[in-house]
Ligand binder design. Structure first.
Ligand code: SAH
Length: 236
């Protein structure tokens, strides 16, 4: 795994050191072990894990700039993607990993403790509720989300957490431009604007990853996000 991980990071022009590599490797081992008793990921083969989980999570680092003390959230982190790899690579940024399934977060807390990842906190709950909490509403410089929902629903879930002038980064597959066009109304209602889109091909694969950058240009009206389930049941 290590060789492919190093090669992938080199191809992505992402700097690393031994400590970061060994943290990701150990994270992989812990995931595979835990995956025997709960459903964290369908990907367990090391090469595929490097490409689809590690390189995919980290590729975004080519397009964003973190500064020390920033607050970032990973909405619907599941088994910790992209939040854990990003936190390992950017210890100067504070990450909140959100999920509605608590046992996944318990696993992430165990991982963070064992690997000494001190810049990660977890929060159990639904984005619809967390988006209304004073300590989380419009507080995040960056909100990341991969494989959680369609762009309209996701925008409602995510943009309430983003501070004005902060950025929501949606990890989408190729051919998602239509989906994003359809979400234009939801994005606007939430105070966002589609800022840009970037496509990369993941190293050592032919997999395309599309990133959409939604900038928060205005404060989100108090009525959003709507109550739990509504954003996905009735997208704006
Ligand atoms: N981001 C991870 C997991 C994707 S699966 C990855 O890419 O591998 C989607 C995750 O989002 C699940 O763990 C699910 O529990 C969580 N989720 C879905 N809707 C949510 C919501 N409204 N609030 C919080 N978490 C949610």
């Amino acid at each position: 795994m290590k060789k492919l991980l190093e090669d992938s990071l080199n191809k992505l022009s992402i700097e690393y050191d031994e400590e970061k590599l060994s943290k990701l490797e150990r994270f992989y081992e812990l995931t595979v072990e835990k995956n025997k008793v709960m459903n964290l990921t369908a990907i367990t083969e090391p090469e595929e894990f490097v490409i689809k989980h590690f390189a995919d999570s980290l590729a975004i680092l080519n397009f964003i700039s973190f500064t020390p003390g920033m607050r970032a959230a990973d909405l619907g982190t599941g088994g910790g993607f992209p939040g854990i790899p990003l936190a390992v690579f950017h210890p100067e940024v504070n990450f909140l990993l959100i999920d509605s399934v608590n046992k996944k977060l318990n696993f992430i807390s165990e991982v963070a403790a064992e690997l000494g990842i001190n810049n990660v906190e977890t929060l159990h709950g639904r984005a619809e509720d967390i988006g209304h909490m004073e300590e989380h509403r419009e507080k995040y410089d960056y909100v990341f989300s991969r494989a959680v929902s369609n762009m309209s629903s996701l925008s409602e879930l995510a943009l309430g957490l983003v501070r004005v002038n902060g950025i929501f980064v949606a990890y989408k597959s190729e051919n998602s431009s239509e989906e994003v066009k359809t979400a234009a109304r939801a994005i606007q209602l939430m105070g966002g604007i589609v800022d840009s889109e970037k496509t990369i091909i993941l190293p050592n694969s032919d997999i395309k990853r599309n990133f959409f950058f939604i900038k928060k240009s205005n404060t989100t009206p108090k009525k959003y996000p709507r109550k739990a389930g509504e954003p996905t049941r009735r997208p704006l």
